[in-house]
Design a protein around this ligand. Structure first.
Ligand SMILES: [Ca+2]
Ligand SMILES: [Ca+2]
Length: 248
């Protein structure tokens, strides 16, 4: 009987922790817009060059040349999260963009560019046709899907997390407004699960050595703490209800 209760208690604690830890990512109360393309369409997007498709529930470049599509986005400080599929050819994400000009020319924007051909991920600031590289990162594997979280605060402090690793950090205050979120993609590249909020949703690193807290940016550390407290509380409550040696 005692063993059965202990097993039940362990299961309850385990289930409590499991439920807490598998919950969805932290609620983005300040989400301004998002798109996961799971409805199979590109409503809300303007494609002015080339062709995109959402047939596979992503926004995918469809032809062997660069295509451009854009979505209204006025967020210039906050958090931008998205998944990018990198093929041999490149994809550029101008997540803060001031204007839409001639096709496939980056005018005034902050831009993440990734391509298998370059084997790098670059962060550019474009100003009047001129690109300036603010950061770059070489992931262990370039081809395939990568998850990006970019934060920027009111002082222009950028943190770029790639697949959960703090990959770039710098300050740039050139632009403090935005009008568009622009995709320039070639064949075999795609974007998915875009979430844009106007708050910094990932706590900034606590040191300047490039190491984010716990090494797991964005992971709900509060949830872990709350889970442990709840689990301990559950144990104490159950022990009080059934003190050792007084089982019934
Ligand atoms: Ca999707
Ligand atoms: Ca849609």
């Amino acid at each position: 009987m005692q063993l059965t209760k202990r097993i039940t208690l362990m299961l309850l604690v385990g289930i409590t922790l499991w439920c807490l830890l598998i919950q969805p990512p932290p609620c983005r109360a300040a989400t301004v817009w998002s798109d996961n393309f799971n409805d199979g369409n590109l409503d809300g997007w303007t494609v002015d060059t080339g062709e995109f498709s959402a047939a596979d529930n992503t926004m995918r470049g469809n032809i062997g040349m660069a295509s451009r599509g854009y979505h209204t986005s006025t967020v210039a400080t906050g958090t931008w999260s998205f998944d990018v599929h990198c093929g041999y050819l490149g994809i550029g994400i101008q997540f803060i963009s001031i204007e839409i000009g001639d096709p496939l020319i980056e005018y005034y924007s902050y831009d993440i560019t990734i391509s298998g051909r370059m084997e790098q991920i670059y962060f550019f600031r474009h100003w009047n046709y001129v690109p300036t590289r603010l950061g770059n990162y070489t992931p262990p594997t370039i081809l395939g899907w990568h998850h990006f979280d970019i934060t920027r605060d009111a002082e222009g402090q950028f943190y770029v997390y790639i697949n959960g690793t703090l990959a770039m950090e710098f300050v740039d205050t050139t632009y403090d407004t935005s009008n568009y979120f622009v995709i320039q993609a070639e064949q075999d590249t795609a974007i998915d699960n875009i979430v844009v909020s106007d708050t910094v949703d990932i706590p900034p690193p606590t040191n300047t050595n490039g190491e984010p807290p716990l090494g797991i940016p964005g992971f709900p550390t509060v949830t872990i703490g709350a889970g442990l407290i709840l689990a301990v509380g559950l144990v104490i409550t159950l022990r009080r209800r059934h003190p050792p040696g007084n089982c019934s």
